[in-house]
Design a protein. Structure first.
Ligand code: 1CP
Length: 353
């Protein structure tokens, strides 16, 4: 295996000292980049892009050519897992993800089974191997999946949702059936992530975008417990290095205290919780990743620099911070503004180490 030339991300995720704060950006490959839109058009549709390892590799590399980032993230989507479960994922122009066969009854849940991931998701592992080859040790590669709850909201609602009426109905009226659906997603996701590690992913992130839509007790049962099952089953060592695991429940707030106990290495934090508070909640037991509001990238270079300065100051001194946005970069952002953010982190972060 090629030697890793920049291991700042892996060190920071394990709370080891670094000379500056490493950074990457959620959705760093995506529609705000004109070169992404070009490849996406060439692929035809989003899933054809994900299923083509050369094109998925190309869009993964695009942000690294523009910016001094400390990680690459696999180009794929959290909804490849329910697609592998047979739900029929498709994207309608301008409408986001949809499923041909959503799971809306206990009878349909009873028919779900853990698929052979090497058969159904082999294109993702091919993409991971292709990206690792192309990276040639430049920076580490992050693999990822959605949390069972977040993936479950799309499986049950049939697409994006704001209120989650059908899955919340299941949680209230058939909680045991919902547990068993989430268990199948958790077991599939564990195999999926371990195969990503085997193919070359060097850190793992679990995206729980909708966990904080649940009240606390339901969060613990339907969101955190299935994530815990995944963490328990993950391969934590490969190529002679630890594979750090990052959990990100958007809007977690004080739930960060509960998340620490999963045994993850790091927690993603969005901008509704200051990093200073998050550090108190977690008692420096895990690394923290975040948390500038992506809306800041619409503002002037001065405002962006100030936002970076405030974020770094809020975490304060010491190891264990990975700079990121609090959620993904949006399609309307000017790529030059992202460069301002990246340069500011390089320039302003050494004083904290
Ligand atoms: O039109 C397009 O080109 C498709 C837009 C797009 C992109 C760029 C989708 C469809 N997925 C992705 C890539 C993607 N999705 C990545 C790539 C790696 C990177 O960060 O660069 C990742 C990590 C995701 C994860 C993802 N997909 C999440 C969790 C993180 C988050 O942003 O909250 C979720 C909720 C999804 C579902 C999804 N897939 C695509 C869209 C537009 C959505 C969101 C729909 C919704 O808001 O409900």
């Amino acid at each position: 295996m090629t030697e890793l030339k920049n291991d700042l991300l892996l060190k920071a995720l394990l709370r080891e000292p670094t000379e500056r704060t490493p950074l990457w950006i959620m959705r760093q490959a995506g529609r705000y980049l004109p070169e992404y839109r070009e490849v996406r058009a060439q692929a035809g549709d989003f899933m054809s892009l994900c299923r083509n390892p050369e094109l998925a590799c190309e869009v993964t590399m695009q942000p690294l050519r523009r910016y001094k980032l400390d990680a690459a993230i696999l180009f794929s989507d959290i909804l490849t897992v329910p697609d592998a479960l047979g739900l029929g994922l498709y994207f309608e122009a301008g409408e986001g993800p949809k499923f041909e066969r959503p799971v809306q009854s206990t009878a349909q849940i009873g028919k779900l089974a853990v698929p052979d991931v090497s058969e159904t998701l082999g294109y993702v592992f091919d993409a991971v191997r292709t990206i690792r080859r192309e990276l040639d040790g430049q920076v580490p590669l992050i693999g990822f999946a959605g949390s069972p709850w977040t993936v479950g909201t799309y499986m049950v609602e049939g697409g994006s949702s704001r209120e989650f009426p059908i899955i919340k109905g299941l949680a209230a009226e058939a909680p045991a059936a919902l547990d068993s659906m989430l268990d199948i997603v958790a077991r599939t996701t564990t195999e999926y992530l371990n195969a990503q590690v085997e193919a070359g992913a060097q850190a793992i992130m679990i995206f729980d975008t909708w966990g904080s839509a649940l009240e606390r007790d339901d969060y613990l049962r339907f969101s955190l417990a299935p994530m815990q099952k995944i963490v328990d089953g993950l391969t934590r060592q490969n190529e002679g290095r630890r594979i750090p695991v990052i959990l990100f429940t958007k809007g977690a707030g004080v739930l960060l205290k509960d998340m620490v106990a999963t045994g993850c290495d790091a927690l993603g934090v969005d901008w509704t919780t200051s990093l200073a508070d998050a550090r108190q909640y977690t008692g420096d037991k895990v690394a923290l990743q975040g948390n500038l509001d992506p809306a800041t990238l619409r503002e002037s270079p001065e405002v962006i620099r100030q936002g970076v300065a405030d974020t770094l100051a809020s975490y304060g001194k010491g190891p264990g911070h990975v700079f990121n946005l609090g959620h993904g970069v949006t399609p309307d952002i000017d790529p030059d503004h992202v460069a301002v953010l990246v340069d500011a982190v390089h320039e302003l972060s050494p004083q904290y180490h």
